[in-house]
Ligand binder design. Structure first.
Ligand code: ADP
Ligand code: GN1
Ligand code: MG
Length: 352
């Protein structure tokens, strides 16, 4: 496969080192090293992304806008092959090649609140610089991706059709999801009442989609496949889901899943540093809701996948998606417990 693809970029496979890379759940990613230069080769997951050209066009439109309005911004976009294409179609699927951001690394869990500040600031900066970009120009690369109303219906449907055995194993988790349907109701109201605007939203602000330098200062955001019109609660929420706990979504020892209040403040500070002047008062009122929205949605996505025999996320061991759900449900419980204190953190900041 590499023998066919790399020459399309003028890279000789025999002179290259190619290694599987990173911990993304969706695409297949390799690091390619050739003549001392690094690249990221990626195969688009076509069972998730049905129209890879839409992603390519979105990235290219954003690139062209940012290169005019903010040429200093590091926007990591696919390289053009010798034919001038930035998306290569082969019998094995669609591929693209990115420059490897040198001296960078991603993190799967954060140890210092300063890292949370840095990550949140990077995503805030991304949306801020694109604030005047006409969001209607973007293709919807994943229809209804963060439509919680629909996600809930899909989940309910998965419960109806699940095997008796899986349903039995998931029964407490299903009950928890049902008991917290108010989170879906709030989302429905936001949408129906048009309470907050559509913006250019990343939709996958999980911590390993930020690149850090050797001092763990944020460099840039990556994984732009899901950049499309959306609500800021998606981005703020996934930061909370993946930065607040000192154990990530793979942790099976639930005692280790926690919500760090000082990390919440760091996310708020970092995101608001960039977006504080951009968000509307109504959006700011939904900052804490953002965490509930996204953690709840991820819990139902993992649980629906378990009930549907792991067709989306796959499983590395038996019960993997059930365990991921338990993890996310625990995180949500801890988040809900702490809500009054989180409100205090934001309240104090607001009157400063
Ligand atoms: P997925 O959609 O599967 O999550 P990503 O685009 O996030 O794929 O890539 C997977 C991982 O590869 C990232 O978490 C990051 O560690 C690394 N990575 C991706 N692009 C780059 C890049 N341009 N430079 C350095 N590392 C990268
Ligand atoms: C996927 O691609 P990756 O690993 O950054 C998923 C996110 C989930 C996340 C859970 C397109 O993100 O929505 O939150 O896994 N991306 C897609 O870890 O479904
Ligand atoms: Mg990723």
């Amino acid at each position: 496969m590499f023998d066919q693809i790399l020459p399309l970029y003028g890279i000789q496979p025999v002179e290259s080192d190619v290694q599987l890379f990173g911990d993304g759940l969706i695409n297949r990613t390799w690091k390619v090293t050739h003549q001392g230069k690094g690249y990221i080769l990626q195969q688009v997951n076509q069972s998730v992304f049905k129209k890879p050209h839409d992603i390519d066009q979105n990235i290219s439109a954003l690139k062209s806008y940012l290169s005019k309005t903010h040429p200093e911004y590091l926007f990591v976009s696919p390289l053009q092959g010798l034919s001038g294409q930035s998306l290569i179609e082969t019998p094995e699927g669609y591929f693209r090649l990115f420059p490897f951001v040198e001296n960078s690394h991603s993190l799967n869990v954060l140890n210092k609140k300063e890292e949370a500040y840095e990550g949140a600031r990077q995503f805030g900066r991304f949306s801020k610089l694109l604030n005047d970009f006409d969001v209607k120009q973007l293709h919807i690369t994943l229809p209804d991706f963060h439509n919680l109303t629909l996600r809930f219906e899909q989940f309910a449907n998965a419960v109806t059709h699940a095997s008796g055995q899986r349903k039995e194993k998931a029964k407490d988790l299903i009950a928890f999801i049902m008991a917290h349907m108010d989170i879906v109701t709030t989302y429905k109201n936001i949408v129906e009442r048009n309470e907050i605007p559509l913006r250019v939203i990343h939709h996958d602000t999980k911590i390993n989609n930020v690149l850090f330098d050797q001092q763990n200062k944020g460099i840039c955001v990556i994984d732009l496949d899901t950049v499309m019109p959306g609500y800021f609660i998606s981005d703020a929420g996934d930061m909370m889901r993946t930065y607040l706990s000192s154990a990530n979504e793979e942790e099976t020892d639930l005692k280790k899943v926690n919500v760090r209040k000082d990390f919440f403040k760091a996310i708020y500070d970092g995101y608001m540093e960039e977006m504080g002047d951009v968000l509307t008062p109504a959006e700011k009122n939904y900052f804490i809701y953002a965490g509930k929205f996204l953690i709840y949605m991820q819990a139902i996505r993992f649980l629906a996948d378990y009930l549907q025999n792991d067709i989306y996320y796959g499983e590395k061991y038996e019960g993997h998606n059930l365990n991921r759900t338990k993890n996310q449900v625990t995180l949500l419980e801890k988040y809900l417990e702490l809500e009054p204190e989180l409100e205090e953190v934001i309240g104090k900041i607001a009157i400063q």
